[in-house]
Ligand binder design. Structure first.
Ligand SMILES: Nc1nc2c(ncn2[C@@H]2O[C@H](COP(=O)(O)OP(=O)(O)OP(=O)(O)O)[C@@H](O)[C@H]2O)c(=O)[nH]1
Ligand SMILES: [Mg+2]
Length: 284
């Protein structure tokens, strides 16, 4: 850990509407799978810490959930999660997606950010694709496919960073608990293998982990809201849940660098999205 006054450190929040490419940016920058990604909006539900360190600079990125204008219980928790991360941050990277129009969601984010006085860098994302709706007043344009704009963005961030000792050992790129990481990988698999509402109607809890030097054994439950969702989750002869399990297992093996045995069981938890106890356990 570096303690010299020559080093720089800060918390930098990634904020923007769902699907604008926040999590992909973080994974690409760190070259590690810290945050799950899908083509569907609202993939990230909890703030994910990703730590970037070089010889001089350490940046603790807070990858926040996409900001949505919802009134429901789950959305309220997600909103609280975003606000807490904004409070913690010293600089905000506002992600703006030029492949979609600047809509009501963006105005809502403007309002939230106006209420939090932090410096903001406006980052136009997905520059490898045609910018059908160019971002007004963008400071920088990046692509997480080509890494175009990454060095320039880091240089711009660095101008804001105060001289400050690095807060994390340089070998750390995240501080997520093992069970959280596992449940996130399973959630990513749900997003990739199930259509429409179903991934949003499911939550995951990891029941048992037996972690040995060359093998990790995991028992996890996927809970859906209804019996009919449970049927779809399981699929014909268990085919769907096997596909989901395989995706999650491969992801976990690449993260933990060991063989993984993953047993997935499916349950129904009626109305869990309105149940304060379940939400407490997910947003603990
Ligand atoms: N072409 C292209 N696609 C991108 C880029 N960055 C992200 N994507 C795609 O955009 C989709 C959303 O990416 P995410 O990183 O999950 O977006 P997010 O902002 O974290 O979304 P939420 O977690 O829902 O708020 C995925 O399909 C990514 O592959 C990029 O630079 N170029
Ligand atoms: Mg995300």
């Amino acid at each position: 850990m570096s303690h010299t006054s020559e080093t720089q450190f800060w918390f930098v929040a990634l904020v923007g509407r769902p699907n604008s490419g926040k999590s992909t940016f973080l994974n690409t920058l760190l070259d590690e799978k810290v945050s799950i990604v899908s083509a569907r909006p609202q993939t990230t539900q909890r703030t994910i810490l990703g730590i970037y360190t070089d010889s001089k600079v350490q940046i603790a990125f807070l990858d926040t959930p996409g900001l949505l204008d919802g009134e429901a219980y789950l959305e309220t928790r997600i909103h609280e999660e975003i606000l807490a991360s904004l409070q913690k941050s010293d600089l905000i990277l506002r992600f703006l997606d030029p492949t979609r129009p600047y809509g009501e969601e963006e105005k809502k984010i403007d309002e939230v950010l106006d209420a939090i006085s932090r410096p903001i860098l406006r980052v136009s994302t997905k520059s490898d694709r045609p910018a059908r709706f160019p971002v007004p007043h963008s400071d920088i344009s990046i692509s997480s496919i080509t890494r175009n704009g990454f060095p320039e963005l880091l240089a711009q961030i660095q101008k804001f960073l105060p001289l400050w000792p690095h807060q994390y050992d340089e070998s750390y790129y995240t501080l997520q608990e093992k069970d959280f990481r596992i449940s996130e990988c399973i959630r990513e698999a749900l997003f990739l293998h199930l259509d429409e509402e179903i991934p949003y109607a499911c939550y995951v809890n990891v029941e048992e982990i037996e972690d040995m030097p060359e093998l990790m054994k995991i028992l996890a439950y996927v809970s859906s809201e209804t019996e009919s969702q449970k049927k779809i989750l399981i699929g014909r002869g268990g085919a769907k849940i096997q596909e989901i399990g395989k995706h999650a297992r491969l992801l976990l093996e690449s993260i933990f660098w060991k063989k993984v045995h993953l047993l997935l069981r499916v349950k129904v938890a009626k109305n869990w999205r309105k149940d304060p106890h379940t939400l407490d356990s997910l947003f603990r």
